[in-house]
Design a protein around this ligand. Sequence first.
Ligand SMILES: Nc1nc2c(ncn2[C@@H]2O[C@H](COP(=O)(O)OP(=O)(O)OP(=O)(O)O)[C@@H](O)[C@H]2O)c(=O)[nH]1
Ligand SMILES: [Mg+2]
Length: 457
Amino acid sequence: MFNMDDTIAAISTPLGEGGVGIIRISGKEAFKVARKVFRPARPKDWLKETYRLHYGHVVDGNTGKVIDEVLVSVMKAPRTYTREDVVEINCHGGIVPLRETLKAVLAAGARPADPGEFTKRAFLNGRLDLTQAESVIDIIRSKTGESLKMAVSQLEGRLSRRIREIQDRVLGLLAGLEAAVDFPEDEIEEKEIEQLSETAGEIIRDLDGLIDDAETGRIYREGIRTIIAGRPNVGKSSLLNALLGRERAIVTDIPGTTRDVIEETLNIKGIPLVLMDTAGLRETMDLVERIGVEKARELLAGADLVLFVAEASEGLTREDREILKGMDRAKTILIFNKTDLRRDIRAPEAEGLPSVEISALTGEGLKALENKIEEVVAGGRIKSPESVIVSSARHEDAIRRARKHMEDFMASAAAGIPADLLSIDVRSSWEALGEITGTTLTEDLLERIFNDFCIGK
Ligand SMILES: Nc1nc2c(ncn2[C@@H]2O[C@H](COP(=O)(O)OP(=O)(O)OP(=O)(O)O)[C@@H](O)[C@H]2O)c(=O)[nH]1
Ligand SMILES: [Mg+2]
């Protein structure tokens, strides 16, 4: 099913110019391949001296022509990344020496590695569990300090431990059901099922905790989708610029300046925001602007957070209230802009929504806005990245399915459905959790996970 007999090789560093570039070779024949292409300066027993760097030259195995001056490390199984024999050739970091060296390595008997194949072998050989293997790609891809912290802590395998513990309880439930099946005439059955339902309820509560956690995980991974919206000319683009601290969007006193969506990422108190400035909301005959307005409305519907801008001197207009009606109030912050222009000092009415008064021009109130954003997004509940245990969408999905099956079980049990049928839901729940730990992995799923990796990892 999985071909682990081949010896695989790939360039493991990014292509481009750099100090060093690394070719990684892993598999049964890794040492044999290395012997064919590497001429060590001190030839005696170099392959036996593992976990050391050997100086020498890479040569074309057929012609003997020198390709590059290199350092080679030899790592004997099983104490390696893949648990197989591994050789790493440190070439000069240019595209040509790396390609030529790889070519020589392939000619010497290795085959090109698939994306993520080294990590896949590490998983199949039991060095990493699945969640740990997946966190490797998250570490590579992390874009902020927070997402890196989250990925590294995932590498410790806390999620798998937690899921395995829940899986055990699901299994206990299954055993209980099977016992009930074995003695169908027994009068205790009903009571038994009731007890099992109770256990299922506890499991659901635990899964809910993990789903909450996944929410924070998604925030660190993808950022909060934050839309800056409001009528034309209220200062949306000015706000974007003020938050970023640079002139990113065009600002003019002509209503309808912004048409396209302008997207930037920004960290506010450790919370990554994907900030989007949009076209001012209004009816318009201008075709381009109208498309921009439609786009803004679309984005509003899928936003995690809306910064709704109005003018402090006007307060909320009838149109503002109209727009606000259709929006999710739990994720909206009202911003009254241009406080520097306001003559009356009465605070504008905010319809019970969280609100801040600012001046995008002078920067007044921006700190208060950042505090408000933190308050609304986190609700005081956002966790530190190290404590997040569900950090991937795939894991969240599996947990949600496991929860659904548990719920189905409880509903069926309450409806008096016989025990042997009830066990189907419980088993499905266990299997969904197994997709996380790897106990119920299909080849197809594994393929999908590792295909996301880069070549050479
Ligand atoms: N006095 C003052 N003027 C501001 C402030 N914020 C924005 N403006 C001015 O208001 C006008 C419109 O600003 P923009 O940021 O382009 O407004 P917008 O909401 O993006 O407008 P559209 O893209 O047309 O929807 C510009 O002339 C800005 O200089 C502020 O805090 N104080
Ligand atoms: Mg604008």
